[in-house]
Design a protein around this ligand. Structure first.
Ligand code: ZN
Length: 149
Protein backbone atom coordinates (compact mmCIF):
# COMPACT_ATOMS: atom_id res chain seq x y z
CA UNK A 1 0.00 0.00 0.00
CA UNK A 2 1.20 3.49 -0.84
CA UNK A 3 1.78 5.82 2.04
CA UNK A 4 -0.71 8.66 2.26
CA UNK A 5 1.03 11.94 1.55
CA UNK A 6 -0.94 15.11 2.07
CA UNK A 7 -1.24 16.79 -1.34
CA UNK A 8 -0.05 20.35 -1.85
CA UNK A 9 -0.39 22.94 -4.62
CA UNK A 10 2.63 21.25 -6.27
CA UNK A 11 1.13 17.76 -6.20
CA UNK A 12 0.24 16.37 -9.60
CA UNK A 13 -3.18 14.76 -9.95
CA UNK A 14 -4.66 12.50 -12.61
CA UNK A 15 -7.44 9.99 -13.11
CA UNK A 16 -6.29 6.75 -11.50
CA UNK A 17 -7.68 3.83 -13.49
CA UNK A 18 -7.00 1.43 -10.63
CA UNK A 19 -9.40 3.35 -8.40
CA UNK A 20 -12.29 2.31 -10.61
CA UNK A 21 -11.35 -1.35 -10.34
CA UNK A 22 -10.65 -1.18 -6.61
CA UNK A 23 -14.02 0.42 -5.95
CA UNK A 24 -16.01 -1.70 -8.42
CA UNK A 25 -17.14 1.48 -10.09
CA UNK A 26 -18.05 1.48 -13.75
CA UNK A 27 -15.97 4.07 -15.57
CA UNK A 28 -18.22 3.71 -18.59
CA UNK A 29 -21.19 5.15 -16.71
CA UNK A 30 -19.21 8.24 -15.75
CA UNK A 31 -17.84 8.56 -19.26
CA UNK A 32 -21.35 8.43 -20.72
CA UNK A 33 -22.32 11.33 -18.49
CA UNK A 34 -19.64 13.54 -20.12
CA UNK A 35 -20.70 12.89 -23.72
CA UNK A 36 -22.19 15.72 -25.76
CA UNK A 37 -25.81 15.20 -26.81
CA UNK A 38 -24.78 14.23 -30.33
CA UNK A 39 -22.42 11.46 -29.18
CA UNK A 40 -24.79 10.33 -26.43
CA UNK A 41 -27.40 9.61 -29.08
CA UNK A 42 -24.83 7.97 -31.35
CA UNK A 43 -23.27 5.65 -28.74
CA UNK A 44 -26.31 4.89 -26.58
CA UNK A 45 -27.13 1.57 -28.23
CA UNK A 46 -23.64 0.43 -29.16
CA UNK A 47 -22.00 -2.45 -27.29
CA UNK A 48 -19.00 -1.50 -25.12
CA UNK A 49 -15.71 -1.39 -26.96
CA UNK A 50 -12.16 -0.92 -25.73
CA UNK A 51 -9.13 0.58 -27.42
CA UNK A 52 -5.45 0.77 -26.52
CA UNK A 53 -4.45 3.90 -24.67
CA UNK A 54 -0.81 4.87 -24.22
CA UNK A 55 -0.06 6.95 -21.14
CA UNK A 56 1.66 10.15 -22.28
CA UNK A 57 3.32 10.18 -18.87
CA UNK A 58 4.78 6.69 -18.55
CA UNK A 59 4.30 5.09 -21.98
CA UNK A 60 2.29 2.36 -20.28
CA UNK A 61 -0.44 0.83 -22.46
CA UNK A 62 -3.90 0.30 -21.03
CA UNK A 63 -7.22 -0.78 -22.45
CA UNK A 64 -9.72 2.05 -22.17
CA UNK A 65 -13.33 2.44 -23.12
CA UNK A 66 -13.78 3.92 -26.56
CA UNK A 67 -16.00 6.60 -25.02
CA UNK A 68 -12.85 8.19 -23.57
CA UNK A 69 -11.50 8.56 -27.10
CA UNK A 70 -14.82 10.00 -28.30
CA UNK A 71 -14.85 12.57 -25.49
CA UNK A 72 -11.23 13.55 -26.09
CA UNK A 73 -11.56 13.95 -29.85
CA UNK A 74 -15.12 15.28 -30.13
CA UNK A 75 -17.08 16.26 -27.03
CA UNK A 76 -14.21 18.18 -25.39
CA UNK A 77 -14.07 20.39 -28.48
CA UNK A 78 -17.65 21.57 -27.95
CA UNK A 79 -18.12 25.05 -26.44
CA UNK A 80 -20.30 23.81 -23.56
CA UNK A 81 -17.91 21.01 -22.47
CA UNK A 82 -16.83 23.00 -19.41
CA UNK A 83 -18.86 26.07 -18.48
CA UNK A 84 -18.97 28.32 -15.43
CA UNK A 85 -21.80 26.13 -14.12
CA UNK A 86 -19.82 22.88 -14.29
CA UNK A 87 -19.04 21.62 -10.76
CA UNK A 88 -15.31 21.66 -9.94
CA UNK A 89 -15.00 17.88 -9.66
CA UNK A 90 -16.73 17.36 -13.00
CA UNK A 91 -14.65 20.10 -14.63
CA UNK A 92 -11.40 18.54 -13.37
CA UNK A 93 -12.54 15.10 -14.57
CA UNK A 94 -13.32 16.59 -17.98
CA UNK A 95 -9.94 18.35 -18.17
CA UNK A 96 -8.14 15.03 -17.64
CA UNK A 97 -10.34 13.28 -20.21
CA UNK A 98 -9.57 16.03 -22.71
CA UNK A 99 -5.82 16.25 -22.09
CA UNK A 100 -5.29 12.47 -22.28
CA UNK A 101 -4.85 12.27 -18.51
CA UNK A 102 -1.60 14.21 -18.40
CA UNK A 103 -1.01 14.88 -14.67
CA UNK A 104 -1.63 18.46 -13.50
CA UNK A 105 -1.19 20.33 -10.22
CA UNK A 106 -4.03 22.38 -8.69
CA UNK A 107 -2.20 25.45 -10.07
CA UNK A 108 -2.20 23.98 -13.58
CA UNK A 109 -5.88 23.06 -13.28
CA UNK A 110 -6.66 26.59 -12.12
CA UNK A 111 -4.89 27.99 -15.19
CA UNK A 112 -7.15 25.90 -17.44
CA UNK A 113 -10.36 26.50 -15.49
CA UNK A 114 -9.74 30.22 -15.21
CA UNK A 115 -11.87 30.42 -12.06
CA UNK A 116 -11.76 28.87 -8.59
CA UNK A 117 -8.47 29.41 -6.78
CA UNK A 118 -5.76 26.72 -6.75
CA UNK A 119 -6.46 26.39 -3.01
CA UNK A 120 -10.11 25.64 -3.57
CA UNK A 121 -9.26 23.09 -6.25
CA UNK A 122 -6.74 21.46 -3.91
CA UNK A 123 -9.29 21.31 -1.08
CA UNK A 124 -11.86 19.80 -3.43
CA UNK A 125 -9.75 17.03 -4.98
CA UNK A 126 -7.01 16.66 -2.37
CA UNK A 127 -9.05 15.34 0.55
CA UNK A 128 -9.70 11.78 1.60
CA UNK A 129 -12.87 11.62 -0.48
CA UNK A 130 -11.93 10.56 -4.03
CA UNK A 131 -14.06 11.94 -6.84
CA UNK A 132 -14.18 9.99 -10.10
CA UNK A 133 -10.77 8.42 -9.50
CA UNK A 134 -9.04 11.82 -9.37
CA UNK A 135 -6.11 11.46 -6.99
CA UNK A 136 -2.41 12.29 -6.65
CA UNK A 137 0.02 10.56 -8.97
CA UNK A 138 1.91 8.03 -6.90
CA UNK A 139 5.39 7.42 -8.22
CA UNK A 140 6.31 3.80 -7.61
CA UNK A 141 9.58 3.42 -5.71
CA UNK A 142 11.10 0.75 -7.94
CA UNK A 143 14.46 0.31 -6.18
CA UNK A 144 12.86 -0.44 -2.82
CA UNK A 145 10.41 -2.84 -4.40
CA UNK A 146 13.26 -4.81 -5.94
CA UNK A 147 15.17 -5.02 -2.67
CA UNK A 148 12.11 -6.28 -0.86
CA UNK A 149 11.57 -9.01 -3.47
ZN1 ZN B 1 -19.27 14.45 -28.79
Amino acid sequence: MARYVKPTLDTKFHIDFDWWEQNSRNLRVDLQAQLCSECRAQYADRPPEEIDWVSPDTGEVKRVDILWHVIRTHCSQQPDYITEHTPVTTAVFRIFLANDNVPLTPVGLHQILGRKSPDLILRTIGGHQIYKGIRPVITPVRKEAKKAA
